[in-house]
Design a protein. Structure first.
Length: 363
């Protein structure tokens, strides 16, 4: 039996008292994940744990993640953040010109500045646009760095068009899926990226500190670990001495794992893999578009020109909106000039009604 939104919602205790549309920042905890972490703490407290079992959690999560994404586990490195994933690739490829949206999330953009010539593409009308990124590509470009969904404005980029444009000039692609994986399906054009990065603490419901770098099969051999460690070698792992015998696949770039984060990630992936992927995407995007249509009735329109599960409205009255959302028990992100909402599978139509009522009062 497929997991329904209602059954999924029941796994999040925070939703009894909060209307949560802040998953682009961080979701509430799912009970299977916190239960796993409580077991870990109990074992640690009693001394009944096996650190060897704990240490294997990153490999177990890698296998589950690879299955979830539909790639070979050898393409996946277990890292601690998107910044680490980006820095690993930035250090592994020869220096060159890198095209990045001006408003790209800093964890994906900053690592390229150390060794590469970074060209930024400004937003137009507040939004990063696919066609402007394409216009910035030429034969001097070595890498295009983008997020599938822009965190700042909720724009869903046309990855197929960007892949074609990158291929036309001989450039590689690095895509951050942190704001999409867990809700949106990953299509074949996305999988043609040279490198993918995902931090699991948002839509994938894992603790912060569990992230993945995915390299296309023909790119794995060129990867070099950012901080070589005892997890960088061939299996079985050793501890002392010897030359740095790097693993033949992407696991050579594994970080030395923060055990608790990876133990939680295993539980989160076990939960996500029970969800009906197509239904999750349809549910989340449809609810987000209900929010867009409802807000249009009183003159609020999103920044993004494409539909996704993240909706960002510009505003000149952020304090008033923030106050109304708090009064309604709605969790969202309000900044100086915009308010951002994100719809996960645990959200329902009544959540959107509550947000619209709060926005109408603030308008």
């Amino acid at each position: 039996m497929a997991v329904t939104p209602a059954r999924f919602r029941a796994l999040f205790p925070a939703l009894r008292s909060s209307i949560w549309l802040d998953t682009p920042g961080s979701p509430p905890a799912a009970r299977p994940v916190t239960a796993a972490l409580r077991d870990v703490l109990d074992d640690w407290d009693s001394g009944s744990f096996s650190w060897i079992n704990w240490d294997g959690a990153a490999d177990r999560a890698r296998t589950r993640f690879a299955s979830y994404l539909g790639v070979d586990a050898g393409q996946v490195a277990a890292v601690g953040s998107v910044a680490e994933a980006a820095a690993t690739v930035a250090r592994s490829v020869p220096p060159g010109r890198v095209v990045v949206p001006e408003q790209e999330f800093r964890s994906a953009s900053f690592p390229w500045y150390e060794r590469h010539e970074v060209v930024t593409v400004a937003p137009r009308d507040g939004v990063t646009r696919t066609e402007d990124l394409i216009d910035a590509l030429d034969e001097r470009c070595r890498m295009l760095v983008v997020s599938a969904i822009t965190s700042r404005d909720g724009q869903r980029l046309d990855l197929a068009a960007l892949r074609a444009a990158s291929d036309a000039v001989g450039a590689q692609m690095f895509i951050d899926l942190t704001q999409s994986l867990g809700v949106l399906a990953v299509d074949d054009d996305t999988m043609r990226a040279d490198y993918l990065a995902v931090h699991g603490y948002k839509w994938m419901l894992a603790p912060r500190g569990a992230a993945w770098l995915v390299a296309r099969t023909d790119r794995c051999a060129g990867l070099r670990p950012l901080a070589a460690n005892w997890h960088s070698t061939t299996r079985p792992l050793g501890y002392f001495g010897g030359p740095p015998d790097l693993a033949p696949d992407a696991s050579r770039c594994d970080a030395s794992p923060a055990w608790f984060a990876w133990l939680g990630a295993v539980a989160a992936l076990d939960l996500l893999r029970t969800l009906p992927a197509a239904r999750v995407q349809r549910h989340c995007v449809d609810l987000a578009q209900e929010l867009v249509r409802g807000a249009a009735e009183f003159g609020m329109h999103p920044l993004a020109t494409t539909a996704s599960h993240i909706v960002v409205f510009p505003t000149r009255t952020p304090d008033r909106i923030a106050a109304e959302l708090v009064a309604a028990g709605v969790r969202a992100t309000v900044s100086a000039d915009r308010v951002r909402f994100g719809v996960h599978y645990f959200n329902e139509a009544s959540d959107i009604d509550s947000v619209l009522a709060a926005l109408r009062r603030a308008h």
